[in-house]
Design a binder for this molecule. Structure first.
Ligand SMILES: [Zn+2]
Length: 285
């Protein structure tokens, strides 16, 4: 489909992780417990789609392993692009325009590393003017997807947000293509997650961000940024604590470890218990 026709179909195509971005950047004072914690009733509607479902433990182990390998390969490939890598190393001292100019170069490397059909990349303020970022997909007509970034919105976000979201949204293209082209355990999980994302409503912050595709895309982007800057930056708005790393490169909440250490409590309840620190952080004055 040509670009024009593709964009004209956007009304039916749009199902996005924009919601994640919006939730992440809500003013802290607006967060309330019902909108923050994971909710069993919502997740029970599509158990296969969520990282907090005990029967997805094998999926999580596979996904963690794949993410570790892919993040390291991506980092090594960036390192081989000496000019780009040097610019990424001094990201904080660059102007916003200079940072944005690097994103298509990072995108190109990510596409190569993830061995997928490169999705369309649109960076402007007009395709979805009210949105900061978007991964456009249609589960009825699976294709390569479209990654959208809006500079007007990103410039008000944290310093590393444009880079993290570029990596995150492009990771969705890999997940989406895998989910709708293969029958592996990972593929089935991604297919369930994109399907639930397109079909369910009423998500809390933790519900949406523990969808397998969101959980993993935030982990992947946070992992790559961590490697780039030696885990020296904390990005508390990038996913739940189950997708974020501490300053030693360890997951703040490791759902695999949590499930193994967990007694009679459900994994969802155990996650909610551990997520209190994140809730309080988001509500700190
Ligand atoms: Zn997303």
């Amino acid at each position: 489909m040509n670009k024009h026709a593709f964009l004209n179909k956007k009304v039916t195509l749009v199902k996005s992780c924009l919601v994640a971005a919006l939730i992440s950047y809500l003013p802290l004072s607006q967060a309330n417990p019902d909108k923050f914690y994971a909710t069993p009733d919502l997740q029970a509607k599509s158990p296969a789609a969520f990282a907090l479902t005990e029967s997805n433990q094998l999926w999580l182990k596979d996904a963690h392993h794949q993410r570790e390998q892919d993040a390291q390969r991506f980092f090594n490939a960036l390192k081989n692009e000496e000019k780009l890598f040097n610019s990424l190393q001094k990201w904080q001292s660059l102007s916003f325009e200079q940072r944005m100019a690097l994103l298509p170069l990072v995108f190109k490397v990510e596409c190569q590393i993830l061995d997928m059909v490169c999705p369309e990349l649109v960076i402007n303020n007009s395709l979805y003017p009210t949105r900061a970022v978007n991964f456009v997909f249609d589960v009825r007509f699976p294709g390569s997807g479209l990654v959208f970034l809006n500079p007007d919105k990103l410039k008000d976000m944290a310093v590393y947000a444009p880079l993290a979201f570029l990596i995150h949204e492009t990771r969705h293209a890999y997940q989406f293509q895998l989910g709708f082209s293969q029958q592996s355990l990972l593929a089935k999980g991604y297919k369930a997650a994109f399907t639930a994302q397109a079909g369910l409503s009423g998500y809390s912050f933790s519900d949406f961000l523990t969808l397998l595709n969101e959980y993993e895309a935030f982990q992947f982007a946070n992992h790559v940024i961590g490697l780039l800057i030696d885990w020296r930056i904390d990005m508390p708005n990038m996913g739940t604590f189950a997708s974020q790393f501490d300053d030693k490169g360890q997951l703040k909440i490791n759902l695999v470890d949590l499930a193994e250490a967990n007694g009679n409590k459900s994994l969802l309840d155990a996650y909610n218990q551990q997520a209190k620190a994140h809730y309080y952080l988001r509500n700190a004055k």
